[in-house]
Write a protein that binds this ligand. Structure first.
Ligand code: ASP
Length: 690
């Protein structure tokens, strides 16, 4: 996952790239990067001069879901706008395009003094980052600035983004195509999912960024990505530009132990229960199912990934390997008195943080998840937090409540309110409270003890608490967003009362988190320094949602002894997998066109089929969803959407034998869009003929 600054040094020509690297990235001229954007937590590509974006169906899912009703069920039936006017506003979606970046590590770290406590250190860095972001936004009106931490506690880069707030849904296949195989196939290869959708970014008529308005016009990207309707083949060189979210490759074995023994098993268990509860609630009621669809989808994605990671961590013995490396490193440190003095205790200090985290995990994980699992409590938390934060000076606030971010926070909250289904939330709240009833520290909390001190009465008490809640009413919640902490209590909303009583506990956890971050930042900064000396090499920073490049080839792999999986799936596989039962339903029109072999030009010559998905050995993670898969000439041959099950541990360690990413073949996207659903105008807009 190479940052932009590294691309020039990679000798990509020798690896198969057929265009000069300055066509990929060039700070002085338009380049491919101008055609890549971040779409919320995903990536997208501009594929026309009029701001048309291709990304994943699962990235547009929230927009498709919120536009869907039982009468217009776009999730089930798909959606297509014939004209700009018919495109649907995707509330809460933003698009950003990287414009410039600069290393500002010195400016950030000059805020730190040696006498600071760890808490003061974190707060000083946070404040300095916010100051620098605000300053950059003042100097570059209309742009969005963000300081990204590249190496913890060591290097910081300021990114400037064009930031577009009017994003619309243009085309989505039905979920039976866009999510074919559902959770059964998620994180698996072979794959037959048409995980793509089209969106469009809009600006004010003068080209500036603006909130949704009917006067807005399609955004004109400086550059768009050329669609290669001939696709790609096994063995071809491909590269990916995108915004990978988070990896943890520079973390210690003690971190991996914490993940393997504590956090991942907890998440896998908790989310499996939440998913089952939400699915049961929507089983016979489509309106409820629509409300809960996005939440189920993201829980299921993380739950299965956690299982994959647990299996992979165990199989590849990654923590053991890292322990061995750390023992070698410690020997190197101890072999020189000066080094020993500087780094002698670094590893131990990091280990102590994870040990302490492990000890507090039962309490912390349950109390944190109380206010994320229960949507009502999540809304209440944001309201109480906002009330306390908004009375502070702007730079002193948590980032979400700063003036520059508050609109977006409110939009996200609005979506949560819309999707709140109180009957199911009663069950979730009961389950979370029952978990907390078994945690000693929680039972002693005055705010909770009355609710959880008697196991038999948790359910009726949780039910009563939510019975008449107004937190599912946006008009009420919007009013609350402007209230002081005192007014929130006065509002007589029982959940707000409970959250107000719990709030000091959350504040303590936040503070504890910052103390840990201060310690870890300092120690990880030292660790990277000494590791670089030890290995005489520099490292690539962990993914941090900033623009990166990765490359590889379309390649088979062997997930287990005696098994080789080939890297291209086809429409025939879709038909073979179709059972007529969710998640393996295939629309009749696709089956008819398949039977008639009506593939148009979107056929894979050797396979004689429409190719559906491709597999390649690049280095990707969450956030690379929707990233363009580009051929050696920088043209679009696929849209990245997943990894194989074994590759879920990419986040901890990449390996050429098991790391494989999955994309939907561009020919399947074009065939579905043009041939199956007749949106020829979109193909034309991309310069593709059928
Ligand atoms: N499907 C994945 C996700 O949404 C993408 C990846 O992690 O490779 O998280």
């Amino acid at each position: 996952m190479y940052p932009l600054s590294e691309i020039g040094g990679l000798n990509l020509a020798a690896r198969g790239l057929e265009i000069p690297t300055d066509q990929i990235f060039n700070p002085r001229a338009t380049c491919l990067l101008d055609g890549i954007c971040r779409v919320n937590g995903c990536t997208g590509s501009f594929v026309s001069a009029n701001g048309l974006i291709i990304t994943n169906h699962h990235c547009a899912y929230g927009a498709i879901q919120s536009a869907s009703t039982t009468e217009h069920d776009y999730l089930a039936n798909g959606f297509q706008a014939q004209t700009y006017n018919q495109e649907i506003s995707a509330t809460g979606y933003t698009v950003r395009i990287t414009e410039a970046y600069s290393d500002i590590s010195d400016k950030v770290l000059s805020a730190v003094t040696p006498s600071m406590s760890f808490l003061e250190r974190t707060k000083a860095i946070e404040r300095r980052r916010k100051e620098l972001e605000k300053e950059a936004e003042t100097n570059h009106a209309g742009m969005r600035a963000e300081v990204a931490e590249m190496f913890a506690g060591k290097t910081y880069v300021l990114f400037l983004y064009t930031y577009l707030k009017d994003v619309r849904l243009v085309f989505a296949p039905p979920a039976s195509v866009g999510n074919f195989g559902g959770e059964v196939d998620n994180w698996e290869w072979p794959r037959h999912t048409g995980d793509f959708s089209f969106m469009r970014a809009y600006t004010a008529p003068d080209g500036s960024s603006a909130d949704y308005s009917t006067n807005n016009v399609p955004y004109k990207p400086k550059r768009f990505i050329q669609v290669a309707s001939q696709g790609a083949d096994e063995g071809d060189f491909v590269f990916i530009l995108g915004y990978p979210g988070r990896t943890a490759r520079h973390k210690t074995a003690s971190f991996l132990d914490y993940e393997e023994q504590i956090r991942l098993p907890y998440i896998a268990r908790l989310y499996a229960w939440q998913i089952a509860t939400l699915e049961a609630a929507g089983k016979d009621d489509r309106a409820v199912a629509l409300k809960l669809a996005s939440q189920i989808r993201s829980l299921a994605n993380v739950e299965k990934r956690a299982r994959g990671q647990l299996k992979g961590l165990d199989r590849a013995a990654i923590a053991t390997m890292r322990k061995r490396q750390e023992a070698e490193l410690q020997k190197f440190i101890d072999s020189d008195p000066a080094r020993q003095a500087k780094y002698g205790t670094t590893l131990k200090e990091i280990d102590a943080v994870y040990k302490e985290l492990t000890q507090s995990s039962d309490f912390e994980l349950n109390i944190e998840n109380l206010q994320s699992a229960s949507r009502t409590l999540a809304i209440a938390f944001t309201l109480v937090d906002a009330a306390h934060e908004r009375i502070k000076e702007d730079l002193e606030r948590e980032a979400a409540y700063m003036d520059r971010n508050f609109d977006q926070t409110a939009k996200t909250l609005q979506l949560t309110v819309q999707d709140l289904h109180v009957p199911v939330d009663k069950i979730i709240l009961t389950g979370m409270l029952e978990r907390l009833a078994k945690v000693p520290g929680a039972v002693q909390l005055p705010a909770l003890s009355g609710l959880i001190n008697d196991a038999d009465s948790v359910a009726p008490k949780a039910s009563a608490l939510l019975e008449h809640t107004r937190l599912n009413d946006w008009a009420f919640v919007e009013k609350c967003l402007k209230m002081t902490p005192f007014e929130l209590v006065e509002s007589q909303e029982p959940v707000l009362k409970l959250m107000t009583a719990l709030y000091p506990t959350y504040l303590k956890l936040r503070q504890r988190g910052k103390e840990r971050a201060g310690q870890l930042d300092k120690s990880y900064g030292e660790l990277v320094e000494v590791k670089q000396q030890f290995m005489s090499q520099s490292f690539i920073p962990d993914a941090n949602a900033t623009l990166r490049m990765t490359f590889g080839r379309i390649r088979s792999y062997s997930p287990e002894d005696g098994v080789i999986k080939t890297p291209i799936t086809t429409l025939k596989g879709v038909i073979d997998k179709t059972t007529g039962e969710d998640p393996f339903i295939t629309p009749q029109r696709i089956r008819d066109l398949y039977a008639a072999k009506d593939f148009g030009p979107f056929v894979h010559k050797k396979l004689g089929q429409v190719p559906v998905a491709i597999l390649y050995d690049t280095d990707t993670t969450g956030g690379n969803s929707g990233s363009p898969v580009l051929n050696a000439r920088g043209q679009l041959v696929g849209v990245n959407f997943d990894r194989a099950f074994e590759a879920t541990i990419n986040d901890f360690a990449w390996n050429a034998s098991y790391s494989r990413s999955i994309g939907v073949d561009i020919r399947y996207c074009l065939w579905i869009t043009g041939k199956v659903y007749g949106a020829e105008h979109l193909l034309k807009e991309m310069g593709v003929s059928q």
